[in-house]
Ligand binder design. Sequence first.
Ligand code: IMP
Length: 204
Amino acid sequence: MSAERGSERSYMGATAEESWYGADIERVVVTEEQIRDRTAELAKQVAAEYGAVPGVLLVCVLKGAVMFMADFARALGRLGPPVELEFMAISSYGQGTTSSGVVRILKDLDRDIAARHVLVVEDIVDSGLTLSWLLRYLASRSPASVEVVTLFRKPDAVKVPVPVRFVGFDIPSEFVVGYGLDYAERYREMPYVGVLKPEVYARP
Ligand code: IMP
């Protein structure tokens, strides 16, 4: 019993130092608790705005938004309206840390979105180039409405004005990892969001 409690405590209170990625993180930008609280607030806001519609089609942009999609959908599920989940994978970043503006569809929608209320679930809006392309793409498929909820936004980096209806956190214009966000496909499993130490980028 006490051993169980001990392991539970060490899991729940897992610090950066105890994890493999902890040594690579220079600074935590948004904590796990802040993400949880803000996700609940965003769900309340969305539920209030979509109260009158029969359902919302959540479109998750893989892979970065996968953690937020899972937590946001569950938070919204408690409040309604009913949701359906769709996934798209598009690519605008290679292995680097700056947006190319060149977007490629890696996985398209599985169903028709005509006449549906679509809510795009994004991880982060940086330059806005990816999202602006995606919104044009979705609008061409005649949905009833398209809005965006993003967990993070970097306001300084906005090159293209994109309408983002719901924003979790405005964060500084620096490259962050965690909670779905990666650097070279790593760090997505971190429960919080942080900045990497400079030496991580210097590794071969
Ligand atoms: P944008 O086209 O510059 O807005 O970039 C959007 C996409 O780039 C996001 O959906 C992320 O997948 C990725 N991205 C932007 N900023 C970061 C970051 O700080 N860390 C990790 N990925 C990022």
